[in-house]
Write a protein that binds this ligand. Structure first.
Ligand SMILES: [Zn+2]
Length: 269
């Protein structure tokens, strides 16, 4: 296991760090590379994380863990509170950050890797829709996408673009089912189609890039252990050490925005 612990921007004395060359060599020697991205990727776009020292929950306190059952019990009440801004302060701060967020160099580098055929898919825990905005094609959003609505009965998804509704949407046009934001709430099961698609990508992967994920939130974190047990090489790109670090062939202590463009450059050379 190589652990490049120094915080850096990918270069030392004008030379590309050995860690980048090592990752490039592993990626180019792999036949199916899957990216798994977490909150760190969003933080680089100015979106505050939930957990950790600067996390929203640290600042405002933990949210209620039964959001989904509250919503299902009384969806009108849920939407009324939203319409009248009677929602948690952390949700308002998050909503404002999401409205202003733009993809960063790391998001665009993932698109570049995908276009080169060096990256087959990305499974993200983020709900910010920035991967989609950057132009990534093969994307699984395990916790949903804040710019979509989803029917909880038939799973039909509708894209909203930049329009964020403040009022309860009409029932599903296909099945008359209850429609909510695609974003997965506390206590809400992850859609079966999303779990099956994620598992299928992980089963095909011989290399997984774990980017900005602390690998603590299930079920996404479990996928990394499954991949490693099945023999995939795990590469970590994260400014801090995580529970995942001991599983990784290479751990690079840096941000996605620094490392991924250099990886793309190294593979294009
Ligand atoms: Zn439906």
């Amino acid at each position: 296991m190589t652990n490049h612990t120094a915080q850096h921007n990918g270069y030392i004395g004008g030379e590309l760090l050995p860690g980048i060359a090592e990752i490039a060599s592993i990626v180019s020697g792999s036949s199916y590379v899957v990216g798994m991205t977490g909150a760190g990727m969003s933080v680089e776009s100015g979106i505050p994380p939930f957990r950790g020292a600067d996390g929203l929950w640290t600042k405002y306190g933990n949210p209620s863990m039964d959001g989904y059952s509250q919503f299902k019990k009384n969806p009108d009440d849920w939407w009324n509170r939203r319409t009248n801004d009677k929602i948690d302060a952390h949700i308002i701060e998050l909503r404002d950050a999401l409205l202003n967020a733009k993809p960063h160099a790391g998001h665009y580098a993932l698109v570049g890797l995908e276009q080169r055929g060096a990256l087959q898919s990305v499974i993200t825990q983020n709900i910010d829709a920035l991967d989609e905005k950057a132009g990534l094609q093969n994307l699984i959003e395990i916790h949903g996408n804040r710019t979509k609505l989803r029917c909880i009965e038939c799973g039909d998804r509708v894209s909203l673009g930049d329009f964020v509704p403040m009022y309860a949407p009409d029932p599903c046009t296909h099945c008359n089912g209850l429609v909510k934001f695609d974003t997965v709430m506390f206590g809400e099961p992850i859609s079966e189609d999303v779990m099956a698609a994620s598992r299928s990508e992980i089963d095909k992967a011989d290399c997984v890039l774990a980017i900005g994920t602390s690998a603590t939130v299930r079920p996404a974190s479990g996928l990394l252990w499954i991949a490693q047990k099945a023999g995939a090489t795990i590469i970590e790109i994260n400014p801090t050490e995580t529970k995942l670090t001991p599983l990784c062939e290479v751990s690079l202590r840096s941000t996605a925005g620094s490392v991924l463009p250099l990886l793309l450059e190294a593979l294009s050379a």
